[in-house]
Design a protein around this ligand. Structure first.
Ligand code: M6R
Length: 606
């Protein structure tokens, strides 16, 4: 949420900041701004709306001219999107950009008003800028240390002091921030895609480490003002990974990257045909001993957890509780040191998921993180980390991250099941072999794109629709429905098919679309009965089922047939068509697919 960048070097700073921000717009896109040292003063340009509005504004009015500055793209928390509420905030002496939430901003603001300060915006950020100004005498590091000792909440801050035009300062807690290290130029960024064009090397800042970023070097201090020595990290993907590469949208590109993402994620975790997490440093013998497993995440990541729950319980016979992070953390959960918590997160920065991880650590539960972003907070804090290898996911709607998350869930389930004696070695090998073939199968399902686009054309004018399924198909329907509503803005719900007649079926009206997912042989008859019930009440049904399943052609108005694999693995087969249906519906409606309204990619606030 919110993207931060900073630059110091020989290039035109405004150009670099805008370019870097364009790679972070997925983090927030309701306003944008930059501050640049221009002839000894801090010159600020900012405005409401997408980054392009700022670019147009600067084209008309002239851009700040200099080589050192900070920039921001906003996802509003305090105060509506407006020119005034846009970052940077501050005054002539101090200018800042901020990602996070300052929880005690009201007290600080009241205090500063008492000290004679006035405020122009509704943001919490402006209080930090003014507090920096209040404490600033001549030493920025002392000032930052003082301010972070007083503010509460989450923050990643890029800071400029007028008296130090040859450097920018940075500090973070809870919200992510990296310092990019180039040749005679250095950077600040919320995420690697912003700087990958310029450098692959970066420092990860730990909580409350203060970075002083100059053209020819970066110094990092702790809160005692002692220098901190840090390892440089190197991103292992290149510029192309963060570009659209000829696709119209990142979402489509990412859907098409799923076969390779799955291959990259599972191939080095299979040895001699068996799952193998030893390279992740995971002791599976220990893992199977836990009393129960909790799987927690938000949104799509939680839906991947639902698939995990089904397959771990079914195959390994270990009880699994899956929950939404924002609920789990506040319900005094019955998790103990005898349990294992698995958190799932693409970004590794989701505030609620991170809070759950910390809560589990407090009670000494074992913690495992399934994370995509290397070095993210969740990855750093979990006892065990299983990195997914999806590469950068830029589109707000998560697709390839889901696919790799469930591929890890499968491998874990297979190994746990085998170690528990719940399945034979032969069965474990067979399932693992089938999982290995999934990249090719997913590729095959992508050939259904025209079918999905046709279905989308039939859905695009609907006001509301339902996704139904049972078992694994229900878990999958949850994800299909989220994908559709998030980018098409069509109201949709996912229901366990058998639950419909307990209330929800009253919503069915003539012509209402229902997407029925029925890939599980044992349950197909039951789901077909539910389809008949909704059809009898006027629903137009799209049935998604496996090839070879015998269903009368008149069961549904439209049938999408998928390659048949072991039915445990069918979510990996059915996910891409569901994503494509959502994608084409959004495109046909003329929506901004990659940046749907009101959303942001990485939800670093509660
Ligand atoms: O980065 P995370 O995986 O922790 O993010 C969790 C959710 O915010 C995320 O999956 C969200 O639901 C997606 N926008 C859905 O497409």
């Amino acid at each position: 949420m919110c993207g931060i960048v900073g630059y110091i070097g020989d290039r035109d700073c405004a150009d670099v900041l805008v370019d870097a921000l364009s790679k972070l717009e997925y983090r927030g896109y309701d306003s944008a701004g930059i501050a640049v040292f221009d002839k000894g003063t801090i010159k600020v340009e900012k405005c409401k709306g997408r980054l392009i509005n700022l670019v147009n504004k600067m084209e008309l009015e002239g851009k700040p001219n200099g080589h050192c500055g900070i920039g921001h793209t906003r996802w509003a928390t305090h105060g509506e999107p407006s020119d005034i509420n846009s970052h940077p905030h501050g005054n002539k002496r101090v200018s800042i950009v901020h990602n996070g939430i300052i929880e005690n901003y009201k007290q600080i603001k009241d205090f500063l008003i008492g000290e004679g300060y006035s405020f122009v915006s509704e943001t919490d950020t402006e209080t930090v800028a003014k507090l920096l100004d209040y404490y600033y005498v001549d030493d920025p590091i002392d000032t930052i240390i003082k301010v972070i000792s007083e503010i509460k909440g989450s923050y990643a801050l890029g800071i400029m002091f007028r008296d130090y035009p040859d450097r920018i300062f940075a500090v973070r807690k809870e919200s992510p921030l990296i310092v990019g290290v180039g040749e005679n130029e250095n950077f600040l960024a919320s995420d690697v895609p912003a700087i990958i064009k310029y450098t692959r090397d970066y420092y990860l800042l730990e909580a409350d480490e203060i970075a002083v970023v100059k053209k020819d070097g970066v110094s990092i201090y702790n809160t005692h003002k002692e220098p901190v020595k840090k390892e440089i990290n190197t991103a292992d993907w290149d510029v192309d990974a963060a570009e659209k590469g000829g696709y119209e949208h990142f979402m489509l590109k990412e859907i098409y990257e799923q076969p390779s993402a799955v291959r990259d994620t599972i191939s080095h975790r299979i040895t001699d045909g068996m799952p193998d997490f030893s390279n992740d440093g995971i002791d599976m013998e220990q893992l199977k001993k836990y009393r129960q497993i909790f799987i927690v995440g938000c949104g799509t990541a939680m839906h991947a957890g639902m698939v995990g729950q089904y397959v771990i319980e079914k195959l390994a016979r270990i009880p699994v509780i899956v929950d939404i992070a924002s609920e789990f953390r506040y319900r005094d959960p019955l998790i103990t040191d005898k349990d294992l918590l698995i958190v799932i997160s693409q970004s590794g920065e989701t505030a609620d998921t991170l809070a759950v991880l910390r809560l589990a650590k407090e009670v000494n539960a074992a913690t495992m993180a399934i994370v995509n972003v290397v070095g993210s907070s969740i990855a750093r804090e979990a006892d065990m980390v299983v990195y997914t290898h999806a590469g950068p996911e830029i589109s707000v709607a998560s697709t390839k991250a889901y696919m790799v998350q469930i591929s890890v869930m499968y491998l874990l389930a297979f190994e746990l099941a085998y170690l528990n004696g719940a399945i034979s070695e032969e069965m474990c090998r067979k399932l693992t072999e089938e999982l290995k073939s999934m990249p090719d199968i997913i590729k095959e399902t992508l050939e259904l794109k025209d079918t999905c686009s046709y279905v989308a054309s039939k859905l695009m004018n609907a006001e509301s629709l339902l996704y139904i399924g049972r078992g694994l198909d229900y878990a999958l329907s949850m994800e299909g429905s989220l994908k559709l509503k998030e980018i098409s803005y069509i109201h949709s719900e996912s229901y366990a098919a058998g639950e419909l007649k307990h209330g929800t079926i009253s919503l069915i009206t003539d012509g209402m679309p229902v997407i029925a997912v029925a890939t599980q042989k044992k349950l197909i008859e039951k789901t077909i009965s539910n389809i008949k019930e909704v059809k009898a009440r006027g629903a137009r049904v799209v049935l998604i089922c496996a090839d070879g399943v015998e269903v009368g052609e008149d069961v549904a108005d439209y049938i999408i047939r998928l390659p048949q694999v072991d039915e445990q693995l069918m979510p990996m087969v059915a996910a891409a068509p569901l994503q494509l249906i959502a994608y084409y519906t959004s495109v046909l409606k003329g929506n901004d697919v990659d940046k749907p309204r009101n959303l942001a990619k990485s939800v670093t606030v509660e």
